[in-house]
Design a protein. Structure first.
Ligand code: SF4
Length: 152
């Protein structure tokens, strides 16, 4: 039976980004097709009930792992604390990954939810994971990003 894989929906061309556009990645789509994988498209931020378009958000304090540990903060561009929505997004995303049997994920780099190596913190790109990426990794799911496919 074909394997399922959790994928940031914007990488598949769904217009789920904060500004209502997508991040379609032909290399990721080709990888899914070539390996006969069944993508489970998820936008954690939409799953948490955030609207699209929505205000841009970034880490005010810490990164995704810190949010899971209770000491990270995410704010939107109007300085409203939206940490709770991002934490709920991670919880719900993990439930979907588990329900659909995903052992692997491909997530959009630099997103406060989906970033797996770098995220935005107070106007800087810093090393760290988004909240959903950190949640999936903590549950033992292998997390890749579109950058792992772009040069192949
Ligand atoms: Fe894409 Fe993740 Fe941002 Fe949703 S939360 S638009 S899936 S990067």
């Amino acid at each position: 039976m074909a394997e399922t894989i959790f994928v940031s929906s914007c990488l598949l061309g769904l217009p789920t980004r904060y500004d209502g556009t997508d991040n379609i990645c032909p290399e990721v789509i080709a990888y899914l097709q070539q390996n006969n994988l069944i993508p489970i498209p998820v936008c954690p931020e939409q799953l948490a009930g955030l609207p699209t378009p929505r205000l841009k958000c970034w880490f005010r304090q810490g990164t995704g792992k810190d949010v899971l540990d209770g000491c990270g903060i995410i704010c939107d561009e109007e300085a409203k604390d939206v940490t709770g929505a991002f934490a709920a997004a991670a919880e719900d995303s993990l439930k979907i990954a588990e329900l659909t049997g995903c052992k692997k994920a491909i997530l959009k780099q630099r997103s406060p939810s989906c970033g797996s190596a770098r995220v935005h913190q107070n106007g800087q790109l810093v090393t760290g994971m988004g909240v959903t990426a950190a949640k999936l990794v903590a549950a033992g799911i292998e997390v890749l990003s579109e950058e792992d496919f772009a040069a192949k």
